[in-house]
Design a binder for this molecule. Structure first.
Ligand code: GDP
Length: 397
């Protein structure tokens, strides 16, 4: 095995921290960028040459020459969404099919999985994105799911219909979904892409960058259950989803906004309401890239962040969207108290990210968490970021 280093980008909050942008910024240093969990509920928004691109299934390394984009075993993959995304990238002049490689252990999302989220009301309560992700993971754990490996089996379509019928029979009064032409076209696309054994393919490279989706507080175990996603968004998911050993984990880049947001229901101790929330939603463009839903907004929760840093073993932090807070006279951060009665520290605000008060905020965060704030993102574009703490003996800039 050649693989000696797997660096990881993880969201430390409730998702939407700006992971895609950080992955894009780091990707050129690695031969492979690998998604390890989640499905098309990810919505990594990138601004490339002024053009907005939202990636749901394709890893955020796709804009770099000579970088493979790997979809690992821990992922659930919707072939229709992948097809649409590949076509969209082709329309931008890219050749995504030359870079995409799929782990055979990833599982398929079928049209019936999406349908299940519309016939049962459960997803609504939890705030799922209704992309069939929860039902596809549920089938995987119930040992009924369909791994990518099976798309070459002679009875593949029978297996798809069997799972489809298994579910549609459970809800006989609901009009059943179609297994659409788009689904089968997506399967044809998958048949043209390299499908590999993850444990054999990845170790041929010296290094890789693992790309997380959603955030730590949405992890199925470590998050705010039941208001969580269906997979491991934490460091544990990297090992399982990519079949790599812990010894190769190098830097764990944790990404956090300078404030907090959450989509859907569930506890959010630092949430703000009314005008304060609207101000953040508007300034921060806090609307989900996958669902279009307005995100709940609040102050930075350093207590939750300390937990996320600890369980993931974060070695470097990247702070995003501090520019959104420009112009506020003061900025609050949670430093203690209970979830129902959080305690805040009020810090001086900043007009621009050049000001001393912003640097004091960064140092406050760093001291509280005892991890260096390594990167600062200063705006949505690819160019809007800088490395604050130089790297020590690593090959990333
Ligand atoms: P991801 O899923 O973690 O990649 O995050 P999303 O793409 O869902 O959300 C992050 C949003 O914030 C995107 O629209 C980014 O373009 C934008 N963004 C990222 N970093 C910054 C930043 O530093 N400042 C501002 N204003 N926007 C940012």
């Amino acid at each position: 095995m050649r693989l000696s280093r797997a660096d990881v980008v993880l969201g430390l909050q409730w998702g939407d921290e700006g992971k895609g942008k950080i992955v894009d910024a780091l990707a050129a240093h690695y031969p492979v960028v690998a998604r390890f969990q989640g499905g098309p509920n990810a919505g990594h928004t990138l601004y490339i040459n002024g053009q907005k691109v939202v990636l749901h299934q394709v890893p955020s390394g796709i804009f770099h020459e000579g970088v493979y984009c790997f979809i690992g075993d821990g992922v659930v993959l919707d072939p229709e969404v992948l097809l649409t995304e590949v076509r969209g990238l082709q329309a931008l002049g890219l050749s995504p099919t030359e870079k995409l490689v799929i782990g055979k252990g990833a599982h398929l999302i079928l049209p019936v999985h999406r349908w299940l989220e519309t016939v049962s009301a459960e997803g609504e309560k939890i705030g799922t994105t209704r992309r069939g992700i929860g039902p596809a993971y549920a089938d995987r754990y119930a040992r009924r799911g369909i791994p990518i490996e099976w798309i070459d089996a002679s009875d593949f379509s029978e297996r798809v219909y069997a799972l489809h019928e298994y579910h549609t029979k459970r809800f006989p009064h609901a009009p059943p979904p179609e297994i659409s032409a788009g689904f089968w076209e997506g399967i044809e696309l998958l048949r043209r892409l390299p499908r590999v054994s993850t444990s054999e393919w990845l170790p041929q490279f010296e290094s890789l960058l693992a790309e997380g989706s959603q955030g730590t507080m949405l992890d199925i175990y470590a998050g705010t259950y039941p208001y969580v996603t269906s997979s491991h968004t934490t460091i544990a998911g990297v090992l399982a989803g990519l079949s790599i050993p812990p010894q190769v984990i190098g830097e764990v880049f944790g990404v956090t906004k300078a404030y907090a947001t959450r989509v859907g229901e569930g506890p959010f101790p630092t949430e703000v309401f009314g005008e304060e929330a609207q101000w953040l939603q508007l300034r921060g463009n806090e609307r989900g890239s996958t669902t279009g839903r307005l995100r709940r907004c609040g102050w930075l929760d350093l207590v939750a962040l300390r937990y996320a840093v600890q369980i993931n073993g974060v070695t470097r932090l990247t702070l995003t969207k501090a520019d959104v807070l420009c112009g506020l006279p003061t900025v609050k951060v949670r430093v203690g108290g209970s979830d129902t009665a959080p305690q805040y520290e009020t810090l001086q605000g900043w007009q621009s990210l050049e000001e001393e008060s912003f640097h004091d905020f960064v140092k406050f965060v760093e001291n509280f968490l005892n991890v260096p704030v390594w990167g600062i993102s200063t705006g949505p574009s690819r160019e809007d970021w800088y490395v604050r703490t130089p790297s020590h003996g690593t090959h990333v800039s």
